[in-house]
Write a protein that binds this ligand. Structure first.
Ligand SMILES: Cc1cc2nc3c(=O)[nH]c(=O)nc-3n(C[C@H](O)[C@H](O)[C@H](O)COP(=O)(O)OP(=O)(O)OC[C@H]3O[C@@H](n4cnc5c(N)ncnc54)[C@H](O)[C@@H]3O)c2cc1C
Length: 332
């Protein structure tokens, strides 16, 4: 029997994992606007510029990592942390907490491994611009092409799904408002990785973890890989981008001493400016982790909204993306 056609919008973790789990039941196509897959999962020069961590309680994502034959290791947290205040730098010990884990080789290993197991169904540089309901199908228009399919799953951050795609018939006003009010997790963030010759902080009994009220980095962690010693940090929301690399070097030298004054490389990704992740509504930092989770369908059930922000448990995280995937496959 001929399989029904399913089109998935977005080749981030949610889109690819959904396609992987449904590819035997459906004739699946995944459309991705960027020139790369992964969405918020991004590797630059061997470093995670998007998500770094998973945690032990996050069973779905850990199961996926295991099932793809990938390895993970504990975040380096051994030693004291630093507190960077206008009055000076203080060293302090952090009370033990549940460890976080990083994927060996970086988070894109998950994306690559999923793609390897898929039937060549991902099309990049295919930005979806409109969805039109037909009696028994949905017409999906991109900038270059048109697809007619039985079902559509959108895995876009909900604000993007509302702002950047046209729906015919349109979304009800209440649904537009509901989705517009859901912040894109980490959509406001800017992540920097700073490479060094050696992880000198470790030799000085420091974990690499730091908190700063001075900036430009607000929060710093060890980000060393098998190949490179590195720290990563999130920029303060009010940090200026002018001379940013010089200012980061000044800050790290103040915290870690002269050895930090000669970084090998500094990489910066400002997620606020990533038009396929964030909207202008995402430009401000969030006070707390939002309470995520929604169940929204349109076109008489032929269009389902998914993605990490739709997950009622661990929404926003990679585990949320895995959770949303497990949920959406029950409803197509
Ligand atoms: C800096 C940063 C740090 C993070 N740290 C962590 C962490 O340590 N641990 C953790 O668990 N999570 C973390 N996260 C969150 C994690 O990255 C997300 O939960 C996860 O990647 C979301 O996957 P997704 O597939 O649901 O969404 P996305 O990855 O956003 O995928 C959506 C996809 O849709 C595509 N798209 C957009 N518009 C269109 C269009 N019109 N047509 C076609 N395609 C389109 C996008 O390009 C993208 O590929 C972090 C995120 C960031 C940015």
């Amino acid at each position: 029997m001929k399989k029904k056609k399913l089109l998935i919008i977005g080749a981030g973790l949610s889109g690819l994992y959904t396609a992987f789990l449904l590819q035997d039941r459906y004739d699946v196509t995944v459309l991705e606007a960027r020139e790369r897959t992964g969405g918020r999962i991004l590797n630059m020069y061997g470093h995670d510029m998007g998500p770094s961590w998973v945690w032990r309680h996050q069973t779905y994502i850990l199961q996926l990592i295991d099932s793809l034959g990938l390895e993970y290791f504990e975040q380096y947290i051994y030693g004291d942390a630093l507190y960077d205040a206008p009055e000076g730098v203080q060293r302090f010990s952090v009370p033990p907490s549940a460890p976080s884990y990083r994927v060996k080789g970086g988070m894109t290993k998950i994306i690559n491994a999923l793609e390897e197991k898929m039937h060549n169904s991902v099309k990049i540089n295919e930005k979806v611009i409109s969805l039109i309901e037909k009696e028994r199908s949905v017409m999906v228009k991109t900038e270059h092409d048109t697809y007619e399919v039985d079902k559509v799953i959108s895995t876009l951050p909900p604000r993007l799904a509302v702002e950047t795609i046209k729906y015919d018939p349109p979304l009800e006003m209440a649904v537009r408002e509901q989705l517009t009010n859901i912040p894109t997790w980490m959509g406001y963030s800017a992540k920097c990785v700073i490479e060094f010759e050696e992880a000198f902080w470790r030799e000085e009994g420091l974990s690499g973890f730091g908190i700063s009220h001075v900036g430009p980095l607000a929060e710093i962690h060890d980000a060393s890989t098998g190949e490179r010693a590195a720290l990563f940090g999130f920029l303060h929301s009010n940090a200026s981008y002018e001379s940013i690399k010089e200012n980061i070097t000044v800050q790290l030298t103040r915290l870690y001493g002269d050895k930090a004054s000669k970084p090998l490389n500094i990489y910066v990704v400002d997620w606020k400016k990533e038009i396929y992740t964030s909207t202008t509504l995402d430009s401000q930092p969030l006070a707390d982790h939002p309470s995520y989770g929604f169940d929204v369908k349109h076109f008489n059930g032929k269009l389902i909204f998914s993605g990490t922000e739709s997950a009622f448990k661990e929404g926003g995280y990679l585990e949320g993306a895995a959770n949303a995937t497990r949920n959406v496959i029950k409803h197509v």
